[in-house]
Structure formats: C-alpha cells, structure tokens
Design a protein. Structure first.
Length: 291
C-alpha cells in the first residue's frame, strides 16, 4: 500500500474524526444545508455532530440519515404553523408544533440511540442558568428545547429542567463536539450579525442586539476549540421570517459557497494526521464537568 496506506479512500486521514459544530441563527440556519452539502462533496463526513437552536434541528436531520436534498425539500415545504402556534410578541408559543413536525419527519418519537451519527443538542436550564448537553431521550424534544428562543417559545419542561435556546450559553458548540471525540472540528456560524450594533431604538431590535452582544464574547471563547470556522455571509437575511423559494435557495447557495471558498484549507486539514492540540478552553470545560 505504501504511502497511500495512511489515508482512507475518501481522502480523509485514517485518524481523522471530523465533528460538525452547527450554530444557531434562526432562519439563517438554512445556510447549514448548503455548507454541509459542500462538505459532503469534498468527502468530509462527520463522526460527531453538535448543534444549537436551528443548528440542532439540521444536525438531528443529518444524524438521522437524511440527505441535504431531502432537508432542502422539507424546508421548501415548511410553513410557520409547522414551527409555532402563535405569532404574538411577549405571548410565546409552546414548542409542540415543532416537536410534532420533527416526529412526523422521523416517523416516530426517535431517541438518540437510534441516530446514525452521534449527536448532541445544546440548551440552557433556566433553573440553574447552566448549559445542558442533550444526548438521550427524545430527539424531537431535545431540538425543541435547544430552539426555544425566550419570548418566542415557552421553556420546555424536560426531565425536571426548564430548557430554553442553547445560544444563550453556547451558540456555536465547537467545544462540545470536540469533547464528544472529534479531533478535527469544523464550526459553521450562520449569524454574522450577532456582535454588531444597531441604530434602531425599536424594542425588538434593542433586545435582539443586546443579547447578541452579550453572547459574542462567549462564542469567541468556544470557537477557540474549532480548527476552522465557516461564516456564510447571511447578514442581509432575516433570522425570524421564512422567505420564499428563491430566498431559501439563495441561503443554501451562500452556505455552499462559503465552504468552497475554504476548500483547500479544509482538505489540507482532514488529509493529514491530527495534531494533539493543547486546547486550554476544552480542557477547562472537561475538568469542570468532572467536578
């Protein structure tokens, strides 16, 4: 076999274990579909996936075994009522519609042990204020919990916890997927506007930007655990309003192009033996969880 014995047929080094960290960003999460499609075309398939909010939904669908084409078709057929019951600010909806939609897609109330790829969803427990990594029980409920944006959805009561959107603590969970066992972490951040300010004095804009600015420092710390961070330029698209067919396809293409712009860097990363990096943040997180 000679020199080629050290690599798999798909081009990945035999010791590479790729992990995808899929970030939150509401409707902009449609960009994940294109990004993952590009990675698949490059032969980069994940051994582990961890997602927050919309990233948890896309991650669960990929872990279940759906293709990006199938996920695109599902997105194109999606209606607001498939996700939430009410559309009134400060009168949040339950997450039942989202759960039921995912159960219909899975054709059962799927549990984590039935997934084809190890997967975690990130949420926050309001009772403790701590990040929660969901990796057992109902996949649909875990994704609903991870996506329960405060003031949009009610907290999800699950296993004694009151869970809300994981983006409050870990919006692009590069550290979590590394702790799952990945030695090459590809993070996809679909919310490039998060750390930017606003000139608007409207209540929704002020609240949104305030939360985004607070989240940014935490995200920067977590992303130190990623080997590469892909940020599709989706800032001009709404994070809360699902557009039409053309807009959905545009966001998918933007996600695809963002990965392909880093094609050479990604292939170089996955074709060589992973380095034993001293990820300070990663080790600190591991030690905290052992205490």
């Amino acid at each position: 076999m000679g020199l080629f014995s050290r690599k798999k047929k798909d081009g990945l080094h035999k010791k590479v274990k790729v992990g995808f960290a899929l970030g939150g960003g509401g409707v902009r999460g449609i960009g994940h579909i294109g990004a993952i499609r590009a990675l698949e075309e490059l032969g980069v398939t994940p051994k582990f996936i961890c997602g927050t909010s919309v990233g948890s939904i896309v991650g669960a669908l990929i872990s279940f075994g759906l293709s990006t084409e199938e996920i695109e078709d599902l997105t194109l057929s999606l209606k607001r009522s498939d996700i939430k019951k009410k559309n009134w600010f400060f009168r949040p909806s339950s997450s039942e519609n989202l759960e039921e939609t995912l159960i219909k897609i899975f054709k059962k109330d799927l549990v984590f042990s039935e997934l084809k790829i190890p997967f975690q969803a990130i949420a926050v427990d309001l009772k403790t204020g701590k990040e929660v990594r969901l990796d057992s029980g109902s996949v649909a409920k875990a994704c609903a919990s991870s996506s329960a944006v405060p003031m949009v959805f009610k907290p999800v009561v699950y296993d004694g916890m009151h869970l809300v959107d994981g983006g409050l603590a870990n919006n692009v969970p590069a550290d979590a997927v590394r702790e799952m066992g990945a030695n090459v972490v590809i993070a996809i951040d679909v919310n490039p506007n998060r750390g930017k300010g606003t000139e608007s004095l409207k209540l929704i804009s002020v609240l949104s930007k305030t939360v985004g600015l607070m989240m940014q420092n935490t995200i920067n710390t977590k992303l130190k655990c990623a080997d590469i961070v892909i940020v599709p330029p989706l800032g001009e698209y709404s994070s809360s309003k699902l557009g039409g067919t053309d807009e959905i396809k545009e966001m998918i293409q933007i996600g695809y192009d963002a990965v392909m712009e880093h094609k050479d860097e990604i292939l170089k990363l996955v074709r060589k033996k992973p380095k034993k990096k001293d990820k300070i943040v990663w080790h600190l997180n591991v030690q905290k969880r052992k205490q």
